[in-house]
Design a protein around this ligand. Sequence first.
Ligand SMILES: [Zn+2]
Length: 180
Amino acid sequence: MKRRRTERFCMRCGRPLASVPTDGRVRPACRACGWVYFRNPSSASAAAVVSGGRVVLVRRSVAPYVGSWCLPSGYQEYDESPEETAVRETREETNLRIRLLGLCGVYFSDGAGVKNTVVHVYLAERVGGTMRAGDDASDVRLFPLDGLPRRIAFREHLDFIEEIRAGRAVLAPLRRRRRR
Ligand SMILES: [Zn+2]
């Protein structure tokens, strides 16, 4: 297993990690304190904000795919639900306030080689705000569902927009987050 720099030392006690069979796989683990590095995919969300046959896309200003267009999207913070991530990322990248209408679907991606990611895609409507690019976006525009730009960053975003355009999107209802 190829080790990245961040996986060479124990997160708990700082000693070098060894390769140890744990729970069915060989994983980086600390023989001194017992800490095991379980490498998991990251979680992210994207929002398809649709209005009058048009969808909001942002132009990426960060790698990967700088200059390509995609749905407002980003990684989930540790204390956020996927729904909250979709709302926050859309506000940061487009300045729009949105209401989520349902879950379009979930897909698994290698994140263009950056890191494996589970992405939740929501259909949404605008409820406020003036469209303005921010954060990881250099531009934000409304595109007709049947007139999208050629360079779309993530194939899956295009697939979900196609399903929405064709009326084939089946939305899973949103559930209220349980708070303890
Ligand atoms: Zn340790």
